[in-house]
Ligand binder design. Structure first.
Ligand SMILES: Cc1cc2nc3c(=O)[nH]c(=O)nc-3n(C[C@H](O)[C@H](O)[C@H](O)COP(=O)(O)O)c2cc1C
Length: 249
C-alpha cells in the first residue's frame, strides 16, 4: 500500500502536473479509454441480465441505512446471476455516456473519471463456473479470464480472511486505471481514487442488503502479490479495494 502510494506520487511527478487545475482534460489532450479495452485472449463474454429486468422492492431508507452491517459468514446457497448483475449495476453500472466522452454511473466519481475496473473471483454463483472474471461495465457483461475450481485457491495467499473468501459467493476486486483519474484530476488523483472506492463499496453494502446478501469490505490484502497475479504493474494500475459477498443465513 505504501509502495502504491509512492508509485502514485512519483507518477504524478513524472506527469509534471503541479495543480488539480492543470489537468490533461482541461488542456483538451486525448482522453484515455473509458474502460481498459477487453483483452482479445479471452473470447468468452457472458451478457448479464439487463438492469431493467431486476426485481426491485420498496425499502425504508432508514432501515436500509441502519441495518447495513458487515457480514463475514455466508450460507451455502449460491448467489444467482441476476443478483450478481444487480450488484455490478449498483456498484459500477454505466447509466449514460456523455457527448464529451465521460460515463455517468450509479456511483459518484471525481470529475466523472470512473477509473475503476471490477474483477470478480467467482466461487458460488449459480450458472457461472468458478474462476476469475472481469466486469465489462460499458456492455454490462462478464469476460471470463480463467475458470476452474483451483482459480480461487491461487488467490487465497493474497488475503488474510481466507475462509471468508472460500465461503463467499464472489469476491469483488476493484483496480484503478490511474491514468484515467490523472487525466481528469491531475495531482488530486491519488486521494480521489481512494475516496471514489469508498462510494463503490458502500453501494455494494446497500445493494446487497436488498437481496439478502452479506458483504465484507477488505482493505487488508497483499498489494504486491495481488497486483502481480492480476498482471497489474502496481503503478499505473493497481488493486485499491476488495469485498466479499455471499448469500446471508
Ligand atoms: C476501508 C475498510 C477496510 C476494511 N477492511 C477489512 C478487512 O480487511 N477485513 C475485514 O474483516 N473487515 C474489513 N472491513 C470491515 C470493518 O471491519 C467493518 O466495517 C467495521 O468493523 C464496522 O462494522 P460494520 O461494517 O458492521 O458497521 C473494512 C472496512 C472498511 C471501511
Amino acid at each position: 500500500m505504501e509502495k502504491t502510494f509512492d508509485f502514485m506520487q512519483q507518477f504524478l511527478k513524472d506527469t509534471n502536473l503541479d495543480s488539480g487545475k492543470d489537468t490533461a482534460m482541461l488542456r483538451k489532450e486525448p482522453q484515455p479509454p473509458l474502460e481498459v479495452p477487453p483483452c482479445r485472449d479471452y473470447p468468452n463474454v457472458i451478457r448479464l441480465p439487463h438492469p431493467e429486468m431486476f426485481e426491485d422492492k420498496e425499502v425504508s431508507f432508514l432501515q436500509m441505512i441502519e441495518l447495513r452491517e458487515t457480514v463475514r459468514q455466508y450460507s451455502e446457497q449460491p448467489m444467482t446471476l441476476d443478483e450478481l448483475s444487480f450488484l455490478l449495476w449498483c456498484t459500477q453500472g454505466v447509466k449514460a455516456i456523455l457527448p464529451e466522452g465521460k460515463t455517468m454511473r450509479n456511483v459518484p466519481s471525481a470529475r466523472a473519471a470512473h477509473a475503476f475496473e471490477t474483477l470478480l473471483l467467482v466461487n458460488n454463483v449459480k450458472d457461472l463456473e468458478p474462476g476469475l472474471y472481469r466486469f465489462l461495465a460499458l456492455g454490462h457483461a462478464l469476460q471470463e479470464i480463467a475458470v476452474g475450481e483451483n482459480v480461487l485457491d491461487e488467490y487465497l495467499e493474497c488475503f488474510l480472511p481466507k475462509n471468508m473468501i472460500k465461503k463467499s459467493g464472489v469476491t469483488f476486486i476493484w483496480t484503478a486505471d490511474f491514468q484515467r483519474m490523472v487525466y481528469s484530476c491531475g495531482n488530486r488523483a491519488a486521494r480521489y481514487i481512494y475516496i471514489d472506492a469508498g462510494h463503490v463499496c458502500q453501494n455494494l453494502y446497500l445493494a446487497a442488503q436488498q437481496k439478502h446478501i452479506g458483504v465484507c469490505a477488505i482493505g487488508h490484502f497483499d498489494d504486491d502479490k495481488l497486483n502481480a497475479k492480476l498482471n497489474l504493474d502496481g503503478r499505473s494500475s493497481f488493486t485499491v479495494y476488495c469485498a466479499t459477498a455471499g448469500k446471508a443465513y
